[in-house]
Design a protein around this ligand. Structure first.
Ligand SMILES: [Zn+2]
Length: 592
């Protein structure tokens, strides 16, 4: 249930949430000067470069560039959306968010989802009870043989479904829950004669939970004989397997801390790795990775290691995901386990260190692709085939840097000319409308942020008493970076309304990451100016911004004038000359 959160409540939450307190729950902070520092939760580091500034209520990491305000911090650490983070903070502060009246269909949908989640939670409790009962010994034996202890049973809420047709069905009957709903949750199956029977029978149960910790579905591994070996809940209004990753709720903190997620195929693999001490793991639920799942992981890391069975199915799954990773700019590695070992077997037989070692030495997806798909070709014809295949493949890689790396490796591997490959890829990109040249120059433009304008913005934040002078001088009109001009106008706006704390929000709302990062860096960084000279630096900056603007204008006029004269356009030339004179006069007037 989402619903709209009123603006004034959001303001209240932001004002009352203290970033130092909130961050301290995740990072141990130490005060240094006007900041607090600690080890960054978003990348691996040994000495602290993660900085929190309580005055401006912002954080910034000098190591990895992550930064923002308290809401951003909650979003990033918990993988939450904006409204989820706001609700999380509200709950923490004891602020009640009034619920908006829902439409009838929204109400029906929300209440159905709520009911199904409640039914799933009940089932999970029932399975846990079975697991602990005398008849649950078979499940407990299996679990302890796999090295899973009590903490794992608790953490993953492991359960057991009796090998009976109506154990769960009878349970819901006793609780007065209509079978239609239980069927919708995927827990029982209806027959033509109006009878129902349990879906999960004689299985070790792995509840599947969403990122909020709600049980949304179940997976069951058969104990003893029976088919299939693994059985999952069908899709339901609360569960979509392509949008869920098993274990993420439990492992997200470790994934974030290690800045890496290991992907395995099933829940038994995941829990076995966890038992061995490897905790940054997630499992797909018997499907090839989907775009939605990658988006989920990407909230926590961009580095992925795939650990799959070496069988044909596993291999195809890996190859299919490779394309997705490249499109989504994920750095992926592949570990192919030797001789029919699944990850659970492997870690049981060879131990954690050996597995971690293989992960450390894992081949990058790029090399994996080249070896598996391109490698092993003998004849010239086969090589030409591979080149054709790899060109269309390379053209789908989103990151130009990764793309060039790929081209280089393929050309080395196949002995093809690098320049030729590049041309072919570029041609394909052009025809498919995803031209590489469109992206790269744009990136270069956003990288060049005007340093002088940026320092004026900084001074406006740091010394708001100087803002009236900026207004009086109309300096903002002379900004060349439009995004900075908008930001400066907003700063003036918030100064005029007398709201001081908005700075972190204003910066946070900026869409240009380069500017955002630079500003955050300045805010939490060392004072760039000596207090004693600040007045002079400030006046200097105002002047420089104007001078630069005039210089630009003159350059532009000069260029156009040259073109007009070349084309013999006398009218245009005259107009441009007049403009030049006006500009000169204006400039002299303004410099006084
Ligand atoms: Zn960092």
């Amino acid at each position: 249930m989402r619903g709209h959160i009123p603006e004034d409540i959001i303001e209240d939450i932001k004002t009352r949430a203290n970033i130092v307190e909130v961050v301290s729950e995740y990072v141990s902070l130490k005060k240094t000067g006007r900041n607090f520092v600690g080890l960054c939760p978003f990348h691996k580091e040994k000495s602290p470069s993660f900085t929190v500034n309580p005055e401006k209520q912002i954080f910034y990491c000098f190591g990895c560039g992550e930064g923002g305000n308290v809401v951003t911090f909650i979003m990033k650490t918990n993988g939450m959306t904006y409204p989820e983070a706001i609700r999380h903070l509200a709950a923490r502060l004891g602020i009640v968010i009034p619920t908006r009246k829902m439409t009838t269909s929204e109400k029906r949908y929300a209440s159905e989802r709520e009911k199904l989640t409640r039914i799933n939670t009940m089932a999970s409790a029932h399975f846990s009870k079975n697991f602990a009962s005398a008849r649950g010994k078979v499940a407990r034996d299996y679990v302890s043989k796999r090295g899973m202890d009590e903490t794992i049973i608790q953490e993953f809420r492991l359960g057991y479904s009796f090998d009976e047709w109506r154990d769960l069905k009878d349970y819901y009957d006793r609780k007065g829950v209509p079978p239609g709903l239980v069927e919708k949750a995927g827990l029982i199956i209806g027959k033509d004669n109006g009878q129902y029977y349990d879906r999960f029978r004689g299985r070790l149960i792995f509840p599947i939970v969403d990122l909020n910790g709600n049980v949304i579905a179940f997976g069951g591994r058969v104990l003893g004989k029976g088919e299939p070996k693994y059985l999952n809940s069908p899709e339901s209004p609360v569960y979509s397997k392509g949008k869920t990753l098993y274990g993420l709720y439990q492992t997200k903190d470790d994934i974030r801390k290690r800045d890496c997620a290991i992907i395995v195929e099933g829940y038994v693999d995941l829990v076995s790795l966890w038992a061995s001490g490897i905790r940054n793991v997630i499992a797909t639920l018997g499907t090839a990775l989907t775009k939605n799942q990658i988006e989920l992981v990407r909230r926590f890391t961009r580095n992925i290691v795939i650990l799959f069975d070496p069988d044909e199915g596993g291999r195809t799954a890996v190859e299919r995901s490779l394309q997705l990773f490249l499109e989504e700019k994920i750095h992926a590695k592949v570990v192919v386990l030797p001789d029919d070992n699944d990850p659970a077997d492997f870690v049981m037989k060879f131990g954690r260190e050996t597995l971690e070692d293989s992960i450390e030495k894992a081949t990058s997806m790029v090399d994996y692709y080249i070896e598996r798909i391109i490698g092993g070709r003998e004849t010239l014809e086969e090589n030409i085939d591979s080149i054709g295949g790899s060109i269309s493949f390379i053209a789908r890689i989103a990151d130009p840097i990764e793309r060039n790396l790929f081209i280089k490796r393929v050309s080395e591997r196949l002995g093809a000319d690098q320049g030729l490959l590049k041309t072919e890829v570029a041609r394909l990109l052009k025809t498919s409308g995803r031209e590489s040249t469109v992206k790269e120059p744009k990136r270069r433009v956003t990288k060049s942020v005007d340093a002088i304008e940026l320092s004026l913005i900084y001074m406006m934040c740091e010394y708001p008493e100087k803002i009236p002078r900026v207004i009086g001088e109309k300096t903002i009109d002379y900004f060349v970076t439009s995004e900075l001009r908008v930001l400066a106008q907003r700063l003036i706006g918030s100064f005029e309304n007398g709201s001081g704390r908005d700075i972190s929000d204003l910066i946070n709302e900026m869409e240009n990451d380069t500017i955002k990062e630079k500003l955050l860096q300045m805010m939490v960084g060392k004072q760039p100016f000596d207090e004693g000279v600040i007045d002079r630096v400030f006046e200097d900056t105002l002047k420089k911004i104007r001078v630069k603007w005039y210089k630009n204008r003159h350059k532009m006029i000069k260029r156009e004038l040259a073109r007009a004269q070349e084309m013999g356009d006398k009218d245009l030339s005259a107009r441009l000359l007049a403009e030049k004179g006006k500009l000169l006069k204006e400039e002299q007037g303004s410099s006084r």
